[in-house]
Design a binder for this molecule. Structure first.
Ligand SMILES: Nc1ncnc2c1ncn2[C@@H]1O[C@H](COP(=O)(O)OP(=O)(O)OP(=O)(O)O)[C@@H](O)[C@H]1O
Ligand SMILES: [Zn+2]
Ligand SMILES: [Zn+2]
Length: 864
């Protein structure tokens, strides 16, 4: 036998924690290379895998090493480059996740070709357990009666021989039997099964599969196919074409008109899409022109995201026009472009006050990067919250932009990704996961609003896009720019220790002054008899803003009508039955209701207190709905747009609200933190903060930083153009340093105070903090898992290496009927604690999975 190559394949099987590649033989003629997706069989399943490397064939042929072959290759180019694979390896190491989890974070969902979309009973199950049901459904013996006829290539290895030793229904757990009955002869998807039998069915399925009673039916094809279209081409020059046009004017008017349109569409320079012309490829005039040799026709891949981009660029008008830089901007740009040439990783912190023109600096830095043939990634906190930014980029950079946007269809997203992979798009803009974009020759990563929490992923793998950006910058020897009006403590710690350069934009564009800020002490308002939501300063500020014909922003970081409902008689709060959290009151046209913002539980508002029976239930704590109601009541003629999670659920609605405000269709934009960030409305002259205290009250050491950031952001929306800005902050804590520093636009004083506190209490960034969290429906199991984790860690780590805090209930002790226990670990060197954390986590999580619970390890959880 000839020695064959052995491929290392990461298989797409999530049910087990299989954190290693498996060996497969590459049959002759199969072109599997590193970074390709392949189809393999694994256990009883047919599954997709990713080739991550190769092994030389074994020197001695050993009979017992019977490897399965790779069945087919699913790509015609590698979709994971050497860089991306190295990055995935690093992700597994840094965030304690599996290679599969890393790969799945990196690839768009549309690349998960093989879908295990239906479950079906095997012959064995049918023969042995389901005779009764069989009579009812009598008929064929095939698996899966198809699902929309897209040619499933799967088969349900119909084994008749029984080797499980189970001979009568009594030997099967009742739940499994019920699963078999439900499946009967009809294949069902996981979703359908959950709908009928509850989520526990996901635990029984693997068991039923391993007993050979249930199998999966596959649909083997890309979730999203590439799209091809017919294009018309020509070998003629534009003069020759013009002559051909003239010749047809009388003789063939249809061909004449078609050719003329083709000429206008630039046929002489590039192929023109047939469908864009609104004709069919079989059209007589098209065929005649092909026949006479004037035209040719080819099939080319069209990228679905490009149409969306062109639309956006059109809609954005002149927003992308290049500006002459101010001196400060020039200086900042210089710091960035000089670092582009050093061939070394360089971090640049761009600290620019709100409205100082950071975006223009990013764009010109990208220009510099494109000029030397490199690509750029721009990260924004939430892409749907930054339509103005996206418009500016698409309008400036045109089709070389790829937007990684959740509003795009799976096909559009996949095509955008492929354009980046092929080097057709060289500027990527998107939220957190855009940091994984397969750009060719990365030259620059911009992280806009670097201080935002959304750069940290809140589920496995708990990666931080900023760390990933730095990893990639290191790989390519290039620059990461952290832009912010309120740089995070982490960014500043880098500057102070010489790991980053600092450059500042201390002034607004056109030297517009920073807005004037008035801090109102709401206790004083009460004392002087004002019981309204609005202080006198806020009222008069709004009124004069409206009188002058300007627009205003009103900010409150809490949605709903009121925070909770409380009994005035006995103090009872209405809680969510599934979570340890108060229900929020909402008020709509059809009346009031209560809702849990964590599990979406809904209930009516009780007339009487469920605890004492008194009619004394009252709403407490203001939310945006209540502010809207009071604004309407006091000033019925003002046009108000409310923007929060509840008014922006529909896709595109957020964008629509922003455009309506931008067009001047409303006077006041009221909302949660959505109104605070990145918006650039020249006509906004007044900003009112209903309460700074909602943010300060959060029990988290980061609450002060978060408050300072949000206040600075939202105040910064006022007076950005010619109008002078006026702002009011209402609070019960007027002398809190975060409030005062924001009011004085004084980043420095906030930073020094906050740094002192963090250092004193060993909080990040002076120590790193990781969080273990166990959840289970039974409190003892959750608690036990956390306690075990704590023990395992303490056995491995000395107090000098790390501080391991005792297992304790997490901030919200129960969510969706699952109890939550945590262990916090603080340390200064990840490398010292890494293997201990990995080991302890593996021990506890393996056990927890078997017990039907979950646990996660959030590495660097302190990163906001
Ligand atoms: N050099 C310039 N000349 C004239 N206008 C400029 C210049 N640079 C930027 N602008 C304009 O100034 C406004 C504010 O700029 P930009 O939105 O980039 O600020 P920013 O620093 O990103 O603000 P924020 O952090 O508050 O979102 C924009 O309307 C932008 O078009
Ligand atoms: Zn009561
Ligand atoms: Zn709930």
């Amino acid at each position: 036998m000839k020695p064959t190559l052995i491929a290392k394949v990461v298989v797409d099987v999530r049910t087990k924690a299989l954190n290693r590649p498996f060996d497969y033989v590459v049959p002759e003629g199969v072109k599997a290379d590193t970074g390709y997706r392949v189809l393999v069989s694994f256990g009883r399943q047919l599954t997709q895998g990713y080739v991550v490397g190769f092994e030389a064939p074994p020197q001695t042929e050993r009979e017992d090493r019977k490897l399965k072959p790779i069945l087919s290759v699913l790509d015609d180019q590698p979709i994971l480059s050497a860089e991306l694979l190295a990055m995935c390896n690093w992700l597994t190491d840094r965030y304690v996740c599996t290679m599969l989890e890393a790969i799945q974070s990196v690839l768009p969902g549309a690349f998960r070709t093989v879908t295990r979309d239906k479950y079906v009973c095997t012959q064995k199950a049918l023969h042995q357990w389901l005779r009764d049901e069989r009579e009812a459904t009598a008929g064929d013996s095939d698996e899966g009666d198809g699902d929309g006829g897209d040619g499933d290539g799967g088969d349900s290895d119909a084994e008749v021989n029984d080797n499980t030793g189970l001979h009568d229904a009594n030997a099967l757990p009742a739940a499994i039997l019920q699963l078999l009955r439900t499946l009967g002869r009809k294949p069902l998807s996981a979703e359908q099964l959950i709908a009928r039998l509850g989520p526990e069915v996901m635990l029984q399925l693997p068991q039923a599969i391993s007993l050979g009673l249930v199998t999966e039916v596959f649909t083997q094809r890309d979730k999203v196919n590439d799209r091809f279209e017919a294009f018309l081409t020509t070998d003629l020059s534009s003069e020759q074409l013009a002559a051909e046009v003239l010749r047809r004017e009388r003789r063939a008017p249809k061909q004449y008109r078609l050719l003329q349109r083709l000429l206008q569409s630039g046929l002489a320079e590039r192929p023109v899409s047939v469908s864009a012309l609104g004709v069919r490829p079989s059209d007589a005039a098209v065929q005649a022109l092909i026949h006479s040799g004037v035209l040719g026709m080819t099939q080319e891949q069209v990228f679905r995201d490009e149409a969306w981009l062109s639309q956006l660029a059109l809609a954005s008008g002149g927003k992308g026009a290049k500006r002459e830089l101010t001196d400060w901007q020039k200086r900042a740009l210089g710091v960035i472009t000089r670092s582009l040439d050093t061939k070394q990783k360089q971090v640049v912190v761009l600290h620019g006050v709100t409205g100082s023109g950071k975006t223009e600096v990013y764009m010109q830095a990208i220009d510099a990067c494109l000029t030397v043939g490199r690509s750029a990634i721009v990260l924004v906190p939430e892409i749907s919250l930054t339509p103005q930014m996206v418009e500016r980029f698409t309008s400036r950079f045109g089709q070389t932009v790829a937007v990684m946007h959740s509003a795009l269809s799976a096909g559009e997203r996949k095509d955008g990704w492929v354009r980046v992979l092929q080097g057709l798009a060289r500027v990527v803009i998107g939220a957190r996961s855009a940091v994984f974009a397969p750009v060719v020759n990365l030259g620059l990563v911009v992280v806009d609003e670097e201080h935002e929490p959304s750069y940290k992923q809140e589920e496995t793998p708990f990666y931080d896009a900023r760390e990933v950006a730095e990893w990639r910058a290191n790989y390519h020897g290039t620059v990461v720019v952290y832009g912010s009006a309120t740089p995070s403590l982490e960014a500043m710690a880098k500057v102070e220790s010489g790991r980053a350069l600092l450059t500042t934009l201390p002034e607004r564009i056109n030297q517009s002054p920073m807005p004037a800020v008035e801090v109102v002490d709401m206790r004083e308002e009460l004392k002087s008899g004002n019981r309204s939501l609005f202080s006198r300063a806020l009222q008069s500020g709004l009124e004069s803003c409206m009188e002058a014909g300007h627009q205003a922003i009103v900010f409150l970081n809490r949605r709903g009508y009121s925070a909770f409902v409380l009994c005035r008689n006995c103090g009872e709060r209405i809680q969510c039955p599934n979570c340890d959290i108060s229900l929020t009151l909402h008020r709509g046209q059809s009346g009031d209701w209560l809702s849990c913002h964590y599990c979406q539980y809904r209930a009516d508002v009780p007339d009487t207190c469920p605890a004492c029976g008194e009619q004394a239930m009252r709403p407490f704590g203001i939310g945006t709905e209540q502010v809207e109601e009071h604004l309407h009541r006091n000033w019925p003629h003002w046009r108000i747009l409310r923007m929060d999670v509840d008014t922006t659920r529909r896709k595109g609605s957020h964008h629509e609200l922003i455009h309506r405000f931008e067009r001047g269709d409303a006077d006041i934009l009221l909302g949660t933190q959505m109104v605070a960030k990145g918006l650039d409305f020249p006509n906004v002259a007044f900003v009112g903060v209903i309460s700074a205290d909602t943010m300060l009250a959060v029990p988290d050491y980061r609450a002060n930083e978060r408050t300072f950031n949000l206040l600075t952001q939202v105040l910064g929306r006022a007076g950005r153009a010619e109008t002078t800005g006026l702002t009011v902050i209402q609070t019960y804590r007027p002398d809190h340093y975060a409030v005062l520093a924001a009011a004085h636009h004084d980043y420095g004083s906030f930073y020094r105070r906050e740094k002192e506190l963090r250092e004193a209490f060993d909080y990040p960034p002076y120590q790193e903090l990781s969080l273990f969290l166990a959840t289970h429906a039974q409190v003892n199991i959750a608690k036990g898992a956390a306690a075990r984790f704590e023990r395992e860690l303490k056995r491995r780590l000395s107090p000098a290496d790390a501080t391991v805090l005792s297992a304790s209930p997490s901030g919200i002790g129960r969510l969706e009927n699952r109890f939550r226990y945590q262990v916090v670990v603080k340390y200064s060197q990840w490398e010292t604690v890494k293997s201990s954390l990995q080991e302890a986590y593996a021990i506890v999580s393996d056990k927890m999975v078997r017990l039907g619970g979950t646990c996660v390890l959030d590495v660097n959880a302190g990163r906001m």
